[in-house]
Design a protein around this ligand. Structure first.
Ligand code: SF4
Length: 432
């Protein structure tokens, strides 16, 4: 049968879809050309943001007519959206034509349930305490020259706005030996960049091994490759990690460090466990110790009770920390989280603040990009678009270069930067 997977949410989910594809291929299914060509449609959902959830539900609903006309079509809904309390029952009631509903720890059941095509038994969403984070998974990778590698699953932090700990469960770290073996296999197979994934990679711990140890072990190979990681939590990002990055030629000098807010009052309500001063100190330590480091972040506006003064503190953080890029979000309550019980701010206030925040960050983003003009930088070419090659610098800036020689995706190449466009740069290959 031919399958099509639709992915919502973050890179963790993109990688999860690679694993689902690997699982389906292993059981003899083939990737379809698109949704219309597929006999099995898998919605790999995400419930972290309201928008992703609404989009997924809209797209599932749109399949009703097709399913009525084609009873053999199999529709599966998987991912963390299904693990919200009462969600599977609701989905079954509203969309009875959905065949299979699986939670994140039960994905290995998918091929068997497709084979059985037995609706009565096709819902499994419970958190499974026997879930084996180290079980080998055949992965159908789609992001060459980069490969995503999970180092841990779940989160223990309970930020007051976030549903992840409820739907993904507590932290489980993979064995270092398994992670190292997977990376060694990927590098031998020609991958040039490895991105370690976890909700909070800095709290990785397996017996006495911590994240600093893991990073240094992975980076110590002689092979030329780039090592990235996401996502970091400021409360757990320690100076030891800075030292490892500083002394390694393989670990990229780009750190994504979600700040969320610049107001101490709001950070406390968010249960983030750091103050803005601690965040600023950490940012300064990164800039002072890691040559050429760039820092990106996540920022949220409109958290319950946020005042103009609180919001001004976030604007101040943007100036102070010189973020190369910021992913900006408007707060939306997620049922079951602590902040969902707090009074929500009006849509007008949120809209006004997000507009001003984006404007302030765009100014900083452009100034950071302008600072690259005239410099020669090494990029790793990762894509080809409209006759141009697109790569990334070690510190995470996207660079677009006109195709002129034999360069191809997966090559490292030196590029002279000629101009900048907001968060991206344009250049020419050196020596041509
Ligand atoms: S660290 Fe906070 S925001 Fe990130 S996944 Fe965990 S609870 Fe959610």
């Amino acid at each position: 049968m031919r399958y099509h997977i639709i992915t919502y949410g973050c890179q963790m989910n993109v990688h999860e879809s690679e694993k689902i594809a690997g699982l389906l291929k292993k059981h003899g299914h083939k990737e379809g050309v698109g949704i219309d060509d597929a006999d099995i449609i898998v919605f790999n959902t995400c419930c972290i943001r309201d928008t992703a959830e609404k989009r997924a539900l809209g797209n599932i609903g749109a399949l009703k007519k097709r399913k009525n006309a084609d009873k053999n079509l199999i529709i599966a809904v998987v991912g963390c959206m299904t693990q919200q309390k009462g969600f599977a029952e609701k989905l079954r009631a509203v969309y009875p034509f959905v065949d299979i509903i699986l939670g994140t720890n039960n994905l290995s059941l998918l091929p068997r349930l497709i084979e059985l095509n037995d609706k009565k038994n096709a819902v499994k969403i419970e958190q499974d305490d026997t879930y084996d984070a180290d079980a080998p998974v055949e992965t159908f990778r789609t992001s060459y020259p980069n490969a995503w590698v999970n180092i841990m699953y779940g989160c223990n932090n309970f930020c007051s706005y976030c549903i992840v700990p409820y739907v993904r469960g507590r932290e489980i770290s993979r064995k270092p030996a398994d992670i190292l073996a997977e990376i060694s296999f990927l590098l031998d197979g020609g991958y040039k960049e490895i991105t370690l994934l976890g909700q909070n990679v800095n709290s990785y711990r397996y017996e006495s091994f911590d994240f600093k140890y893991l990073l240094s072990k992975i980076a110590e190979t002689d092979k030329k490759f780039r090592l990235r990681f996401m996502t970091s939590h400021p409360k757990d990002f320690n100076r030891g990690v800075i030292d490892v990055i500083k002394s390694s030629k393989n670990i990229c000098k780009h750190i994504h460090l979600p700040a969320q807010s610049g107001s101490d009052r709001i950070l406390k309500l968010m249960n983030r466990s750091y103050t803005s001063a601690q965040y600023i100190d950490l940012a300064a330590a990164i800039y002072d110790n890691i040559d050429g480091a760039l820092l990106s972040t996540d920022l949220m506006v409109g958290f319950p009770t946020e005042t103009e003064e609180d919001f001004d503190c976030t604007l101040g953080l943007v100036e102070r920390c010189n973020f190369s890029q910021a992913f900006t979000f408007v707060y939306s309550p997620r049922a079951g989280t602590a902040s969902a019980n707090m009074p929500d701010l009006s849509a007008e206030i949120k809209k006004s603040r997000i507009t001003r925040l984006i404007k302030a960050q765009n100014k900083v983003t452009k100034a950071v990009s302008d600072g690259f003009k005239g410099k020669t930088l090494e990029i790793l070419i990762e894509d080809e678009r409209d006759g141009r090659l697109v790569g990334r610098t070690d510190n995470g800036r996207l660079v677009s270069v006109e195709k002129s020689g034999g360069q191809k995706i997966g090559d490292f190449a030196d590029v002279k930067i000629l101009s900048s466009k907001s968060a991206s740069l344009e250049g020419v290959f050196v020596g041509e």
